[in-house]
Write a protein that binds this ligand. Structure first.
Ligand SMILES: NCc1[nH]cc(CCC(=O)O)c1CC(=O)O
Length: 322
C-alpha cells in the first residue's frame, strides 16, 4: 500500500522485554505486516522501571507510567516510532506530543483464579477460611475482601512464570491473574475459575493493547488504524475517561465492566476501600459514540455516592506508607 515512488519506510516498534510484552508486540507486528507487506517493522526492546523494581509492592511505589516511561522517552527522542502496551498499564493522561493511535481487539478482560494443586476443582466459594490468596492489585484485593473476608491476602510480584512458581511452591493457595495474560502466554489450562462482574470488575483497559506514537506522525497513525477494533476502542475510551475523571492510576481500587449492544454502550464502575468495607458501584448506558462522556458521567455519579472520600483515604494511606 506504500506508493511506488517513495522507498519503503522502516518503522521501529518499542517493547518491554517481558515475555508477555514480546508476545503482544510480535502479534501487533504480524497484524500490521499483513496490511502493509512493504513496510519493514523492527522491534526494539528496553527495560522499564517496572521491570527493574520487583521487590516493592506496586501500590507503595506509585505506578503511574512505571511500565511505559522509557518507551515514551524513546518515542519523543525518535529512537522508536511507536510502542505496544497492555492498555491497562498505560496512564490515562499521555505525555505532551504522544497519542493513543489504536486499540486492538480485546481478549476476555476478566480476572481468573489459579489454584494450588491441592485445591484443584474448587472455587473461591469452597476454599477454606484462612486460605492465602496472592494478588498485587488493590482493585482485586478490595473486591475480594468484600466478598471473602475470611481469606488471607498476600502481595505477589514478578512476571507470570515467577508468580506461578511461587504458587506451585506453596507460598499461596490461589492467585488472581488476568485471563488475557494467561491466554497470551498459552497458560489457559491453568485457569480454574473466571470471576464474573459481580465478584470482580476488571481493570480499565484490561485485555486490550494500546498503541502509542508521536501525535504528529500522521502517516504512522493512518497505518496503525488498520489494527484498531472499534468496539474495543469505544469500550476502553469510556473506561479510561471514567478512570481519568476519578484521577486514579491503575493501583487504586477502581474496576469496570463494559458491554456494547447495537449503538449503545453500558459502563459499570466500582470504587472500593482497600479493606473492602466501603464500596460504591453504579451503571450508565448511552450511545457508544459518546463513550468518553459516559465515563465522566459515571465518575460524577460515583463521586456523589462517596467515591471522593474513599479515594482520598487511600491516597493518604499510600503516602503514609501503610
Ligand atoms: N499489571 C500487570 C499486567 N498488565 C497486563 C497484564 C495482562 C493482562 C492484560 O493485558 O490486561 C498483567 C498481568 C495481570 O494483571 O495478571
Amino acid at each position: 500500500m506504500t506508493s511506488v515512488s517513495s522507498p519503503p519506510r522502516t518503522i521501529r516498534i518499542g517493547s518491554r522485554k517481558s515475555q508477555l510484552a514480546l508476545v503482544q508486540t510480535y502479534w501487533v507486528r504480524e497484524q500490521l505486516q499483513k496490511s502493509y507487506p512493504d513496510i519493514n517493522f523492527e522491534v526494539h526492546t528496553m527495560s522499564t522501571q517496572g521491570d527493574k523494581i520487583l521487590d516493592v509492592a506496586l501500590a507503595k511505589i506509585g505506578d503511574k507510567g512505571l511500565f511505559t516511561k522509557e518507551l515514551e522517552l524513546g518515542m519523543i527522542e525518535k529512537s522508536i516510532d511507536f510502542a505496544v502496551h497492555s492498555l491497562k498499564d498505560l496512564p490515562t493522561n499521555l505525555p505532551e506530543g504522544l497519542a493513543l493511535a489504536a486499540i486492538t481487539e480485546r481478549e476476555n478482560p476478566a480476572d481468573a483464579v489459579v489454584f494450588h494443586e491441592q485445591y484443584k476443582g474448587q472455587t473461591l466459594e469452597t476454599l477454606p477460611a484462612g486460605a492465602v490468596i496472592g494478588t498485587s492489585s488493590l482493585r482485586r484485593l478490595a473486591q475480594l475482601r468484600h466478598k471473602f473476608p475470611h481469606f488471607t491476602f498476600k502481595d505477589v510480584r514478578g512476571n507470570l512464570n515467577t508468580r506461578m512458581a511461587k504458587l506451585d511452591a506453596g507460598e499461596y493457595d490461589a492467585l488472581i491473574l488476568a485471563v488475557a495474560g494467561l491466554e497470551r502466554l498459552e497458560m489457559s489450562d491453568r485457569i480454574h475459575q473466571i470471576l464474573p462482574p459481580d465478584i470482580s470488575l476488571h481493570a480499565v483497559g484490561q485485555g486490550a493493547l494500546g498503541i502509542e506514537c508521536r501525535a504528529d506522525d500522521a502517516e504512522l497513525i493512518t497505518i496503525l488504524k488498520a489494527i484498531q477494533h472499534p468496539q474495543t476502542r469505544d469500550r476502553c475510551l469510556a473506561e479510561r475517561s471514567f478512570l481519568r475523571s476519578l484521577e486514579g492510576g491503575c493501583q487504586v481500587p477502581i474496576g469496570v465492566n463494559t458491554e456494547i449492544n447495537g449503538d449503545n454502550l453500558t459502563l459499570t464502575g466500582i470504587v472500593a476501600s482497600v479493606d473492602g468495607q466501603k464500596l460504591v458501584k453504579d451503571t450508565v448506558t448511552g450511545l457508544a459514540k459518546d463513550a468518553e462522556q459516559l465515563g465522566t458521567q459515571l465518575a460524577n455519579t460515583l463521586r456523589q455516592q462517596g467515591a471522593t472520600e474513599i479515594l482520598e483515604e487511600i491516597f493518604t494511606e499510600i503516602k503514609r506508607g501503610s
